[in-house]
Design a protein around this ligand. Structure first.
Ligand code: SF4
Length: 424
């Protein structure tokens, strides 16, 4: 057993037996991992994905070390507003994944359910609620969430406010995309900026927000270049690299450091050999721990995930001169807002642009957003002649994912892709 594994076991045990004493040890582990990813990056990974992993580790480790430096959020919260005020944004979905690094997800999920949380609540939320409720996870001064994509958000953040006294802003995202909806949401975003300014004692500057949006526009342009280049070049990554990219586009977009990294990746990928395998467009969440998926996608020369809809769930250029309206439009026009048919159209546009050989849709257990519309998407892809596989599992709770089933379905699908190619 390595030193790291021993430390993980030690912290896990401490979190179960003495939750109130385990937080600093957990953060120490994140800090140690931050330095490990900087000084001893994983050798099979491309340089860009190594740097990306390190950047996300730093974000989490550094933010958690200071409770007055960040807000809890859901993945769709407008990190740009926090960014422009020097406040970090940590989504509870991503934090749950980091907590699972200590193999605590089952413990926390059971804790939450025993405390009365409905078993049907999303396992990302249950993991987080259990971590907080059990006394392991310390709370920041504020939280921000949206109604986008999931009605579980309001319940979770309301519960955390009631139990732990963390006040939050709830952004009510209209379903419709029209002027009145944009202005309704833009006003809520202005109020959020005021609230954060008051809570954190930081002055809000609209000019800084404009600058954040300018950087964001540039980053999105570069990201598409990178995705397109992934069609041509082999750029070894892991399934978890897509999760890190998702963190980047949702928690760090608008920062110069993330833009610099994507620019680096655009240059770096062109130094790698040509990619001759199958290009996969991934839909929804990434079960980064799943053995079969790691086996087929980590560092693979045969199958490369070129992009994920959750990584690039908004594709338009934003107007920096009207920052609040632009952010409102970004949230309203997010691929995950509105009907599933609209989502299918947007994934179709993404597929037209990136030309994947296949689409894999991972349906997270209990997520209506994913399983509810996956067949609509499958039909849409069929019209485009793109084969699509639907995989069922759980992005975080291993007990709800059956690797054997995933293996059988994935292997049959990949075989089909190979056969189709031979027949063409
Ligand atoms: S995975 Fe689905 S259920 Fe869970 S938070 Fe996201 S949208 Fe909600």
């Amino acid at each position: 057993m390595s030193v790291a594994d021993k430390y993980i076991d030690f912290v896990r045990q401490e979190a179960i037996e003495h939750p109130e004493k385990s937080w600093n040890k957990m953060i120490f582990g994140f800090q140690a991992n931050k330095w490990r990813t900087r000084l001893l990056p994983k050798s099979g990974l491309s340089k860009g994905y190594q740097k990306l992993e390190s950047m996300m580790m730093s974000l989490v480790a550094d933010a958690l070390a200071r409770e007055d430096s960040y807000v809890w959020s859901n993945i769709f919260a407008p990190c740009e507003i926090m960014q422009s005020m020097g406040i970090r944004t940590l989504s509870i979905e991503c934090l749950s994944c980091y907590l699972s690094g200590y193999h605590l997800e089952d413990q926390f999920i059971d804790y939450a359910q025993n405390a009365g949380i409905a078993p049907t609540l999303c396992s990302y939320h249950k993991t987080f609620v259990g971590g907080v409720d059990s006394g392991v996870v310390r709370q920041p001064h504020y939280a921000v969430t949206t109604s986008l994509s999931c009605d579980g958000n309001l319940n979770t953040f309301r519960y955390l406010e009631k139990k732990k006294g963390v006040p939050f802003t709830f952004l009510d995202v209209p379903y419709r995309d029209d002027e009145a909806s944009v202005s309704y949401l833009a006003d809520q975003l202005r109020e959020l900026a005021e609230k954060l300014s008051e809570t954190f004692g930081v002055r809000f500057s609209e000019e800084k927000l404009r600058e954040t949006i300018r950087i964001e526009n540039e980053t999105r342009k570069e990201l598409f270049r990178f995705f397109e280049l992934q069609n041509t070049y082999y750029y070894p990554g892991e399934i978890i690299s897509q999760l890190y990219l998702m963190m980047g586009t949702h928690l760090l977009i608008g920062t110069q450091e993330f833009l610099d990294l994507i620019r680096f990746m655009v240059e770096d990928i062109q130094t790698y050999p040509k990619f001759e395998g199958k290009r996969i467009l991934w839909i929804h969440l990434l079960p980064f721990y799943q053995e079969t998926l790691k086996k087929y996608f980590n560092g693979s020369k045969e199958y490369q995930i070129t992009a994920g809809d959750i990584v690039i769930d908004y594709m338009e250029k934003m107007d920096p001169e009207k920052p609040f309206e632009s952010l409102a439009k970004k949230i309203i026009r997010n691929l995950y807002n509105g009907s599933y048919s609209r989502k299918a159209d947007m994934v179709g546009e993404l597929a037209d642009r990136l030309k994947p050989d296949a689409v894999i849709h991972f349906c997270h257990w209990g997520c209506k957003q994913a399983s509810g519309g996956s067949l609509i998407l499958k039909d849409r892809m069929k019209e485009k002649g793109i084969p699509m596989l639907i995989l069922d599992g759980d992005g975080i709770d291993k007990r709800n994912s059956h690797d054997g089933q995933i293996k059988t379905r994935l292997e049959a699908f990949l075989e089909l892709l190979e056969t189709e190619e031979k027949e063409c």
